[in-house]
Write a protein that binds this ligand. Structure first.
Ligand SMILES: Cc1cc2nc3c(=O)[nH]c(=O)nc-3n(C[C@H](O)[C@H](O)[C@H](O)COP(=O)(O)OP(=O)(O)OC[C@H]3O[C@@H](n4cnc5c(N)ncnc54)[C@H](O)[C@@H]3O)c2cc1C
Length: 366
């Protein structure tokens, strides 16, 4: 039921506008109330106006949304896994009451500020810092590549303190805090990406997440979001395959449809094999997550495998469309360009490979 209702939303509301949004470099913010009305924001959270769905349902939501566009899925991932999840898992009761119901209704958009300009792969080398001033904190620093950054009413910013890394909930309009959109992207053009600047930002103690200290806080959020990505990218690959099935049956070359060629059928079959394997990997990961047995290394394996699978399929689909493959009339090149971001954010492919390598050998190669 979840898959079908999100699929309908994608068919009826996302697909008719998304190519134009991509061309105009515009996030379709008008869809946020509809995403909220279906219960897609913070869907795994119980209470606070959230749907309380299980991990597989969240995966299916991501898969359907990314069949539309990675930018829409990114919005929901950041809102749900990177902002609402940590408030629910590490926040005070007052923070949960104040933010989660409005975020579930889509009235308050969140963003997650971890990456810094000098290098996202090594978050332990964080420069953004917070110092005590009486009962408040003063934060200075900068964050880079932050999804939803300039449309967010609430930023979860991770900063170094004397105690270790902590999460600060900073509301839009707080003096010294600003966000500047990153223009001229070739990827995720239907998504907002921004730089955040923190210049002596005063944050009260009540806006610090009390339940976690250290890098394990942001890493726990990333594990949630990477799980969703492992499902999401399958949707992008499905969209490319669906386009190819109609294109290769309609296009006639050498006196017969393209689909008659063994070489074409083998490529389509390869795609079906890769998509099905990725789905089974995501499904098993979801079952482990539900049972409380999902490990970060397993998530790295799935994020790496499924992003690589989707990007390879999008590139191959682009090629199989010939010249049409570079046209905005067809979906593969948009998915291909988007997936260049998805394979990079939330840990690059190399970072996930090294995580797996460490798990296998016990040796840290970072
Ligand atoms: C569209 C978009 C949206 C994003 N949204 C968010 C967001 O909402 N919040 C957030 O905090 N961040 C976000 N990010 C940031 C993203 O997580 C980082 O871009 C990513 O972690 C990589 O960091 P970096 O860009 O600084 O690259 P770097 O860390 O500088 O890496 C550069 C290259 O070096 C490689 N590399 C790094 N270390 C090693 C090593 N030890 N051995 C071998 N190779 C290595 C990497 O794999 C990569 O190829 C987003 C990024 C993009 C593009």
């Amino acid at each position: 039921m979840v898959q079908d209702s999100v699929g309908r939303l994608v068919d009826e509301r996302v697909l008719p506008i998304i190519q134009k949004c991509f061309e105009e470099h515009r996030f379709p913010q008008e869809l946020v109330p509809e995403l909220a009305a279906l219960g897609l924001l913070g869907s795994s959270i119980h209470g606070y106006g959230c749907a309380g769905l299980n991990a597989i349902a969240y995966g299916l939501i991501c898969q359907q949304l990314e069949r539309g566009d990675s930018g829409i899925r990114s919005f929901v991932s950041v809102q749900s896994s990177l902002c609402m999840y940590p408030i629910d898992a590490f926040g005070s009761e007052q923070q949960k009451q104040r933010y989660l119901p409005r975020m579930a209704r889509g009235e308050l958009i969140g963003c997650f500020g971890l990456t810094e300009p000098h290098g996202g792969s090594d978050p332990a080398n964080m420069k953004t810092h917070a110092q005590r001033r009486g009962s408040d904190w003063v934060i200075n620093g900068a964050k880079m590549w932050i999804t939803n950054g300039s449309i967010a009413g609430l930023a979860l910013v991770w900063a170094r303190t004397e105690q270790g890394i902590r999460g600060f909930l900073i509301e839009k309009g707080t003096p010294g805090f600003s966000a500047s959109p990153i223009e001229r992207k070739f990827s995720l053009r239907a998504s907002v990406t921004a730089a955040l600047f923190l210049d002596n930002v005063l944050v009260p103690e009540q806006n610090v997440l009390p339940g976690v200290i250290g890098l394990k806080g942001p890493l726990a959020c990333l594990t949630q979001a990477r799980y969703g990505i492992s499902w999401g990218v399958i949707g992008a690959a499905q969209a490319c395959l669906a386009q190819l099935l109609s294109y290769t049956s309609e296009r006639s070359l050498f006196g017969r449809s393209l689909a008659h060629n063994q070489a074409i059928q083998i490529r389509l079959a390869q795609m079906a094999r890769q998509i099905t394997s990725a789905q089974l990997l995501a499904l098993q990961l979801g079952r482990l997550k539900e049972a409380g047995r999902m490990s970060p290394a397993q998530v790295s394996l799935a994020k790496w495998n499924n992003c690589r699978m989707a990007l390879d399929i999008a590139r191959d689909a682009r090629d199989m469309l010939g010249g049409s493959g570079i046209s905005a009339e067809y979906v593969p090149i948009r998915h291909m360009l988007n997936l260049e971001s998805v394979i990079t954010y939330e840990g690059t492919e190399t970072i996930h490979q090294l995580t797996l390598g460490r798990e296998l050998t016990g040796v840290n190669a970072f």
